[in-house]
Ligand binder design. Structure first.
Ligand SMILES: Cc1ncc(COP(=O)(O)O)c(C=O)c1O
Length: 416
């Protein structure tokens, strides 16, 4: 190598190094720190299990909330037709009127409230709705009360808005039913809102009318917003879901989140909505202009078909989950060392594994390594769920039975 070449090479290396230094010295907003979740490590097992499945290993992945079956055919067909017909342009920021009107009509039917398209904004799944509502309602200094265990993205949304999440533990000994006295005791002059999911992920608990009435009274007395996340509302098995928006005094202070992800097996389509006072919806539509710029038109057309065929589709999907729940409960509740809670709704079963003598991290990893079944450490949803694992009803009955047999064998090996 000539001297010149060595020199050029050295110069290039120095330039690259200093560029890298400059990159690493780039500064970010403190938002990025507030987005860091504390409980994300539990999801590592899901990642590892998915990789094993991709390699063709005999694993059963029950660590996620997305079933193996596809979106019903008429919905898919409608999207394809709409695409072929050229529905590929920008759409209205808050969503198209017919879809918003259909969502409002359904909400009116279940709550008895007089709502219209003006009360509905479309979001990219309930998740995006949760984020957008948080930004429109909350700011630094505000506190948001959330019963715990809770769906894990709540914390990031509340913190992204600068507010503080105040978790109120829900006692496993009460089968994870909300403790309204504890909620009331957590209210301070800084409390701005109460957020909850009913039915709940991960517990599958459906809030009782009396508890919702108490929360509604607290919200009215302390002038609080209530965010009611109802993505599993259609998947109740024991008794009907009650929407807090239907209770007196709640119309002006409730935001109801919904989506097609769970009820119509449409998780990947990202169709959700927020229903609330018209002024909030206007604010959210302006935020959507900056954040989302409208949902794709062909997806909105498919969503309309989903709602038009709602009764039939939802009944079929609910029945699938109810049967899967019963299959799992029937097998696991008889296994010595396990205590299985019968979920009232949704697509998950909570199993208390503390009787095996293993902690939940140990249980989930050892089970996966020994038997290839991936379940989630439920303490990811809050310390209150420590000792529980969450098992998703996301594979067919045969595979679920196989998973239960493997779990039983594993527990027998550990305890026997
Ligand atoms: C309680 C709860 N809320 C919101 C979501 C997000 O749902 P979506 O797919 O509608 O964004 C989930 C997803 O699992 C959930 O369990």
């Amino acid at each position: 190598m000539t001297l010149f070449r060595i020199w050029t090479f050295r110069r290039r290396a120095i330039t690259l190094a200093s560029r890298m230094e400059r990159v690493s010295a780039m500064r970010y907003s403190n938002l990025v720190e507030r987005l860091q979740g504390r409980r994300t490590s539990a999801w590592e097992i899901h990642r590892v299990a998915q990789q094993a499945a991709a390699r063709g290993e005999d694993v059963i992945v029950l660590s996620v909330g997305d079933p193996e079956f596809s979106t019903p055919a008429p919905i898919v067909e409608r999207a394809i037709d709409a695409l072929r017909a050229g529905d590929t342009h920008y759409t209205a920021m808050a969503g198209r009127e017919p879809l918003r009107a259909a969502i409002a009509a359904e909400h009116g039917r279940t709550t008895g409230r007089d709502v219209s398209a003006a009360n509905v904004v479309l979001t990219a799944g309930a998740q995006n709705g949760l984020f957008a509502v948080s930004l429109c309602l909350l700011e630094a200094g505000d506190e948001v009360i959330v019963p715990e265990p809770m769906y894990l993205t709540y914390e990031a949304c509340v913190r992204a808005a600068g507010a503080t999440l105040v978790a109120v533990p829900v006692d496993p000994a009460r089968a994870f039913h909300v403790d309204c006295d504890a909620l009331a005791a957590a209210i301070t002059p800084r409390t701005k809102a109460i957020f909850f999911a009913t039915p709940c992920n991960p517990t599958g608990v459906v809030m009782q009318r009396a508890d919702l009435e108490r929360i509604a009274r607290l919200a009215c007395e302390h002038d609080l917003w209530v965010l009611s996340d109802e993505v599993y509302a259609e998947l109740t098995f024991e008794r009907d879901h009650v929407s807090i928006a239907s209770l007196p005094g709640m119309a002006e202070r409730t935001v109801t989140l919904g989506s097609l992800s769970k009820s119509h097996a449409m998780a990947g389509w990202r169709v959700g909505w927020a229903i609330g006072p018209a002024t909030l919806i206007e604010h959210m539509a302006r935020l959507a202009l900056a954040m989302l710029y409208g949902l794709p038109g062909f997806i909105q057309q498919a969503a309309l078909t989903a709602l038009e065929n709602r009764a039939e589709i939802v009944a079929a999907i609910r029945e699938i989950y109810r049967r899967r729940r019963d299959v799992v409960f029937e097998r696991l509740h008889r296994v010595p060392g396990l205590r299985c809670l019968l979920p009232e709704a949704g697509m998950f079963v909570m199993v208390d594994v503390s009787g095996t003598g293993l902690d939940t991290t140990g249980f989930t990893w050892q089970l996966f390594r020994a038997q290839g079944v991936a379940v989630l450490d439920a303490s990811a949803f809050g310390e209150t769920a420590n000792g529980f694992v969450r098992l998703g009803l996301v594979v067919g009955e045969d595979r679920l039975i196989e998973a239960c047999d493997r779990i039983a064998r594993f527990v027998e090996g550990v305890t026997g």
